[in-house]
Ligand binder design. Structure first.
Ligand SMILES: [Zn+2]
Length: 197
């Protein structure tokens, strides 16, 4: 069980609570009547005996199921777009380690997608929802507000002016199709602390 007063992620040395209120459990230490995290992880309090513990989260990127993320398309394969997750929409910080995320062809848009090359291009920046965070990050751009938010002309590399269905290159006039993001972003469905972590 997660205590709503605790942050979702703590660093070694973060204060967790007073030793008179809680018992130090795994992943914590007591010093001077105060309990601190001894590792990077997710803290929780056992409601039965008030033991506070920290579950290690070493090396796992801070991306959660339900998050909205920005991702750059690196490669288009037959069945998926391979992306780098750049950051989450709720926290302006970059995601540590720039983890890889994939959009399966069935999750690119609502309905049937014949080829991913008709929806995305390498270098596009997407806003996408995290369907699965572990072990691999799986993304979806199916909802209307999700999809391509920044794209470059495939001919001259200028930043495209995005329209509703088509983008037009302001430099060379080339028209391109994408699965564009439309409308305001929905709220992330994951639970986030007030600091956006
Ligand atoms: Zn152009």
């Amino acid at each position: 069980m997660t205590d709503p007063e605790l942050p979702r992620l703590v660093l070694p040395g973060d204060y967790l609570g007073a030793a008179e209120e809680f018992l130090p459990g795994r992943g914590t230490y007591e010093y001077g009547g105060r309990i601190y995290a001894s590792l990077l992880g997710a803290p929780s309090i056992d409601p039965g005996d008030r033991t506070v513990r920290v579950e290690p989260r070493n090396g796992i990127p801070e991306v959660q199921e339900g998050d909205l993320v920005y991702a750059r398309v690196d490669e288009l394969k037959t069945a998926m777009a391979v992306c780098t997750v750049l950051g989450t929409s709720t926290s302006r910080r970059a995601v540590p380690g720039a983890p890889e995320g994939t959009v399966h062809i069935s999750k690119a848009k609502d309905g049937y997608t014949e080829t991913l090359a008709g929806e995305f291009a390498v270098g596009d920046v997407l806003v996408a929802r995290v369907l699965q965070a572990h072990p691999g990050i799986k993304l979806s751009t199916a909802q209307a507000p999700l999809g391509v938010v920044a794209a470059r002309c495939q001919l001259c590399h200028a930043l495209l002016t995005l329209g509703a269905k088509e983008a037009v290159c302001p430099r060379c006039g080339h028209r391109e199709q994408r699965k564009f993001a439309k409308g305001p972003l929905p709220p992330p469905s994951g639970a986030h602390g007030p600091d956006g972590r």
